[in-house]
Design a protein around this ligand. Structure first.
Ligand SMILES: [Zn+2]
Length: 319
């Protein structure tokens, strides 16, 4: 095989399309301007008549409803009228039609009848905005949450200030720069031939089983985290690990990294504090769970979740 043919084969694997594009909160197209920011970036963006602001009341996004359609951005004058706290403003980047900013309003403030604060799960599940706008809302929510919880320097304890329109914070006392963090989470299906391993947490909706998941720890590879989490939560030992797709998960700032893992053992010793149940499901059962017709009422996770993509990919015999 020529090296050209080998390259083609590699990128023709189904996961080298943009599998992540199927996951909720993906598809962010904003140009973050990361290399082109100054201390004037925020003011310049705000002065642009095309600027639009994403507004949040706490962790909920403000949407303006007009009949059946919703909008998630406001011009600057409307944002001010809705109680924008300009001290919280950050520049997300540039969209196709101008700068995109984000900021907080007073969560206690009464809103006009056509403006509602919507939690991000509902916003995505109900498809209230298009994919690009939904992903921008997730971007904004994660970044605003980071600014809200990093007002003081982790090195010396003095107050920090946003810089470059909110791409970092700096400490005037010790000069430390602090950058927004993303928390990687491994989420994975252990596969044993024609069965996959799912678990159920007590907080899940009735009947729902999902992929096992856990935060990746310092000093760990993705594969190491997959093997450790599956072993800790289910007692199952896994060997080879393959990446499937990823997903920004704005609660508040995770990156879900979806993988498949090859089971080397099948006996389950469930972590009882973490999981209410954990079991193997056949491919046929998984298909019924996705269709919502499993005779025991078992169900797959909601469509916006990367776990659903992993499970659907298994059901479609892509793995
Ligand atoms: Zn400091």
């Amino acid at each position: 095989m020529t090296s050209q043919a080998q390259k083609r084969l590699l990128f023709e694997h189904p996961y080298f399309g943009d599998t992540s594009a199927l996951n909720g909160f993906s598809g962010n197209r904003l140009d973050r301007l990361s290399e082109h920011r100054s201390e004037n970036s925020l003011a310049d963006a705000l002065a642009d008549p095309a600027a639009r602001v994403l507004l949040f009341a706490g962790d909920r996004a403000l949407l303006q409803f007009d009949g059946g359609s919703a909008r998630g951005v406001f011009d600057v004058a409307t944002a001010d009228a809705l109680g924008l706290d300009r001290g919280t403003l950050i520049l997300l980047g540039t969209g196709r039609d101008g700068p995109r900013l984000a900021g907080l309003v007073d969560a206690e403030r009464a809103m006009p009848g056509d403006v509602k604060a919507v939690d991000l799960r509902s916003l995505a599940l109900q498809g209230l905005l298009g994919q690009e706008d939904t992903s921008a809302v997730a971007h904004a929510r994660s970044l605003l949450a980071w600014h809200g919880s990093h007002r003081f320097c982790a090195r010396c304890g003095a107050a920090t200030e946003p810089r470059g329109g909110g791409v970092r914070r700096e400490c005037a006392a010790c000069g430390a720069q602090h950058f927004p963090r993303v928390d990687p989470v491994a989420i994975m299906l252990a596969i044993d031939g024609d069965r996959c391993l799912l678990g159920r947490q007590a907080r899940f909706a009735p009947g729902v089983y999902s992929a096992l998941a856990g935060f990746i720890e310092p000093g760990e590879t993705i594969e190491g985290a997959v093997r450790r989490e599956i072993r800790e939560e289910s007692g199952v030992v896994v060997g080879r690990v393959a990446y499937h797709s990823s997903q920004p998960w704005p609660f508040p700032s995770s990156l879900m990294i979806g993988c498949f893992a090859e089971a080397l053992s099948t006996d389950i010793r469930r972590d009882e504090t973490e999981l209410e149940d954990c079991r193997w499901f056949s491919r046929d059962e998984i298909r019924l769970m996705i269709a919502g017709t499993h005779p025991d009422g078992f169900a797959a996770p909601q469509k916006i979740a990367i776990a659903r993509s992993l499970i659907a990919s298994f059901a479609a015999e892509e793995v």
